[in-house]
Design a protein around this ligand. Structure first.
Ligand code: ADP
Length: 261
C-alpha cells in the first residue's frame, strides 16, 4: 500500500521531467560523478533546466564537486527542495542526510532502496528538461532501484579505455538490457593526456576501448574526455568547470550535442 502511494507520488513529481538519465559505470574512480556533474552544468549552460540527484549512498560526491558540501536537506513539510547551483541547475544529494560530511552510512540493501525511493518521492523538482542521476559504480541496489522506480529512465555509461574497466562496463550494459533500461551511449573518460610541454597526446590508459565497446553492443559512442588536471582542481575546489582546458570543454560540448542528437 505504502509502496503504491510512493510510486504515485514519484510519478507525480517526475511527470514534468522530459529526460531522466542515470549515469552508470562498471568501476569506481573512472570519473562517473565528474561526468554526471559536468553533463548537468553544460546542459544548464545551454539553457536547459536540469536536476542533478546523487543517489550514491556510500560515496556521495556531487555536492562536493559543486561546492555544496555540508548543506542539510532543504525540507519544507514533507517535501525536499533542491538547492540551486545556478538558476537552472538544481541539486539534491543524499549527502544532505549525513550529519558530518565524513560520516559513513552503514546500511543494508533494503534501507538503501527505501531511502532512494523516499528521495524520489519527496524531492519537488518542478518541471525539468533533464534529471541527471549519479549512481554508485556497478550494478547494485542503487542503480537497480532507480531503473525499477523511474519510468522512462535511460542510462549513460562512463568508462576509462583499458580492458579492466571495459570488462565491468559490459556488465553495466547487460544490466541495462536485463532491466530494459535503454542505453543512450558510452563516454570514454581519461582518454589520453595532451602534454602541455610537447603538445603530443599520450594514451596513458590506452584509448578507443569505449568506442569499440559501443560498436560491439551497437550503442552510440558519445565521445571522449582527456585526462585533465584541471578536472581534479575543479572538483577539489567545488567548481565544476572553471579550470578545465579548452580541449576538455570542447570535448564536453561535443558529448552534450551527441546526447541531444
Ligand atoms: P567516480 O564517480 O567514477 O568514482 P569521480 O568522478 O569521483 O569518479 O572521479 C575520481 C577522480 O578522478 C576525481 O578526483 C576526479 O577529479 C578525477 N577525474 C575524473 N575525470 C578526470 C579527467 N578527465 N581528468 C583528470 N581527472 C579526472
Amino acid at each position: 500500500q505504502h509502496a503504491k502511494a510512493q510510486d504515485q507520488q514519484i510519478t507525480r513529481f517526475l511527470e514534468n521531467v522530459d529526460h531522466k538519465i542515470l549515469v552508470m559505470s562498471g568501476k569506481g574512480g573512472v570519473g562517473k560523478s565528474t561526468v554526471a556533474t559536468s553533463l548537468a552544468v553544460f546542459l544548464g549552460n545551454q539553457g536547459y533546466t536540469v536536476g542533478l540527484l546523487d543517489v550514491d549512498v556510500h560515496g556521495p560526491s556531487v555536492a562536493g564537486l559543486l561546492g555544496l558540501t555540508g548543506l542539510p536537506l532543504n525540507t519544507i513539510g514533507t517535501q525536499i527542495q533542491p538547492y540551486y547551483y545556478t538558476d537552472n541547475v538544481k541539486v539534491v544529494s543524499i549527502q544532505g542526510l549525513l550529519k558530518q560530511p565524513d560520516d559513513p552510512l552503514i546500511w543494508r540493501g533494503p534501507m538503501k532502496i527505501g531511502i532512494i525511493r523516499q528521495f524520489l518521492a519527496e524531492v519537488n523538482w518542478g518541471p525539468l528538461d533533464f534529471l541527471i542521476i549519479d549512481s554508485p559504480p556497478g550494478t547494485g541496489d542503487e542503480p537497480l532501484t532507480v531503473a525499477q522506480t523511474i519510468t522512462g529512465c535511460q542510462a549513460v555509461v562512463v568508462t576509462t579505455p583499458q580492458e579492466i574497466a571495459l570488462a565491468d562496463v559490459r556488465k553495466s550494459i547487460q544490466f541495462c538490457q536485463t532491466v530494459k533500461m535503454p542505453v543512450l551511449g558510452i563516454i570514454e573518460n581519461m582518454s589520453g593526456f595532451v602534454c602541455p610541454s610537447c603538445g603530443n597526446t599520450h594514451a596513458i590508459f590506452k584509448s578507443g576501448g569505449g568506442e569499440k565497446t559501443a560498436a560491439k553492443y551497437h550503442l552510440p559512442f558519445l565521445g571522449q574526455l582527456p585526462i585533465d588536471p584541471g578536472v581534479v582542481t575543479a572538483g577539489d575546489a567545488g567548481q565544476s568547470l572553471d579550470t578545465l582546458t579548452s580541449h576538455t570543454k570542447t570535448q564536453m560540448q561535443e558529448i552534450v550535442s551527441q546526447l541531444l542528437h
